[in-house]
Design a protein around this ligand. Structure first.
Ligand code: ADP
Ligand code: MG
Length: 476
């Protein structure tokens, strides 16, 4: 039997390997072992619950495709979690996991299943949240709650505002509440936490979490199917609307228009709107002014990079919830080396646990270093605006003063615009701050530069080459 399980899994792996980066493959798929095949259910063993959750969150679709190719449409995947770790923490305990038969959204319902020492089985019904249901399911992930969202200086304002909103949805001046901040800093987690808390306190309220991406997609489908009004109506009956990554509406005039109407309706009727974005409203590009001004009606709260203490607390909390112990010096090493993205911090922890538990190696500083190297290589290197100006000037064989000068000569203007464009793309600086560093321009000039570069790179082949060359130089 186990031979067949291995064969099926190897075939799946071959397919998976072709479809993801080799780093992701190494981290997330190599440590998996196929353990059993019964009918069309393949059991795979993963090193921890967190590992399982990560696979579910990031690779469920890929796994489904791979497994369906091998075992047909009735293919099922069963996770077996091996909880033991190098430090031999083996007490049985109870974990909350998604249930296979009660829920058709991964997130909204859970059952308690006792996990024994070995081989607890998690059935995965392969249901991708949101594709089947028509009645309004909140689409909230109960694991993303306030308890698991650790407080620190970096998130205090946003977190407290979130709690205030959850206590009195629609009844505070934080409407909309806009949470903004960089990648992996907890926007999605916090947005869910607010929704989860509201559902807890006000079960009768209709709460809906939706990514802006999906909103855009639903809207364009509604236009194609000629039921735009149904679409609007659907959103108008919601009490608490949470839209994640609202910056993705940029450039989508139709969706912005419809969102504007939905927003107004909800707001006028005292319903709560919660938005997240990777930029402050003032830095959002290609979003209509009237919508931006709505975003500013309530409160915009920023999530900043977590400070050292918060990073340590987040790591320890994660380890605790995963039932894993790790020496303090390694926790400190991780906290010192991965600073700007909590998702990467979590990825490194899980990768460490996976390596150590499957290779039966202790978690050592050397192993931690190796893994952090992988992660840090993968993170975008922080480039400074000065560095960008230098690279762009060198590329066009001019000096930085010329690039910054007031001249209107076309090739110099273009170089300057490219520098602004890349500063926007590769740094966290605001438009105003970019402008002031690149020849004392204002934020409107920078905005215009970004748009011009966007336009030119889609219409002018030579210009596109500049963009590609520079992009390469700046990312090596
Ligand atoms: P974003 O949406 O800003 O890109 P996420 O909300 O997806 O970021 O967060 C990335 C990961 O970091 C998630 O697993 C989340 O649970 C975790 N995380 C973020 N902030 C915190 C926090 N304050 N406490 C604990 N975990 C956090
Ligand atoms: Mg997010």
């Amino acid at each position: 039997m186990s031979n067949t399980a291995a064969t099926v899994w190897n075939n799946c792996l071959a397919f998976i390997e072709d479809n993801i980066t080799s780093q992701a493959y190494k981290t997330w798929f190599e440590p998996i072992k196929a353990v059993k095949l019964t009918d069309s259910a393949l059991s795979i063993q993963v090193p921890s619950k967190f590992f399982y959750e990560w696979l579910e969150e990031h690779y469920v679709k890929l796994l489904k495709v791979a497994l369906t190719k091998e075992l047909g449409a009735t293919a099922k995947l069963v996770y077996v979690i091996r909880m033991e770790n190098t430090y031999g923490n083996k007490q049985p305990f109870t974990e909350r996991i998604p249930s296979s038969n009660r829920s058709n959204t991964q997130a909204s319902q859970n059952v308690d299943v006792p996990l024994k020492n070995k081989s607890p089985e998690l059935k995965n019904p392969f249901v991708i949240p949101g594709i089947r249901n028509v009645k309004i399911e909140s689409q909230l992930n109960p694991n993303y709650n306030f308890d698991s969202f650790l407080e620190g200086e970096s998130n205090r304002l946003a977190r407290s505002a979130g709690i205030a909103v959850a206590n009195k949805p629609g009844g505070t001046s934080f409407n909309p509440l806009l949470v903004f901040g960089g990648v992996g800093l907890g926007k999605t987690h916090l947005a869910h936490a607010i929704g989860v808390d509201i559902k807890d306190k006000y079960p009768e309220k209709t709460v809906l979490y939706i990514s802006a991406e999906k909103f855009v997609q639903q809207y364009s489908e509604s236009v194609q199917k000629n039921n735009r009004n149904d679409f609007i109506h659907f959103y108008q009956v919601i009490d608490v609307l949470i839209v994640d990554d609202i910056q993705l509406l940029s450039g989508k005039a139709g969706t912005q228009d419809v969102f504007f109407h939905i927003f107004n309706h909800l707001h006028q009727n005292g319903r709560q709107v919660i938005l997240t974005s990777d930029k402050a409203p003032v830095d959002m590009i290609d979003i209509e002014q009237r919508l931006l001004s709505r975003f500013k009606w309530g409160l915009s709260a920023e999530l900043n990079h977590p400070d050292y203490e918060t990073r340590v607390a987040i790591i320890k909390n994660k380890l605790y919830r995963d039932g894993v112990e790790m020496p303090d010096d390694i926790v400190e090493f991780l906290a010192n080396n991965i600073k700007t993205n909590i998702r990467e911090l979590e990825g490194a922890i899980i990768s460490l646990i996976a390596h150590s538990s499957f290779n039966k190696k202790e978690i050592t500083i050397e192993l931690a270093k190796k893994i952090v190297d992988n992660y840090v290589k993968h993170t975008k290197r922080e480039v400074s605006i000065d560095y960008i100006q230098k690279v762009v000037s060198d590329y066009f064989q001019m000096d930085v003063e010329t690039l910054q000068s007031k001249t209107r000569k076309r090739h110099i203007v273009q170089a300057r615009q490219l520098a602004m464009f890349f500063a926007k793309k590769f740094t966290k600086a605001s438009l105003a701050s970019i402008g002031s560093q690149i020849g004392q321009r204002d934020h409107a000039t920078v905005l215009h530069a970004c748009k011009t570069v966007d336009n030119l790179s889609s219409t002018d082949k030579q210009f596109r080459k500049y963009v590609e060359d520079l992009q390469k130089k700046l990312t090596i």
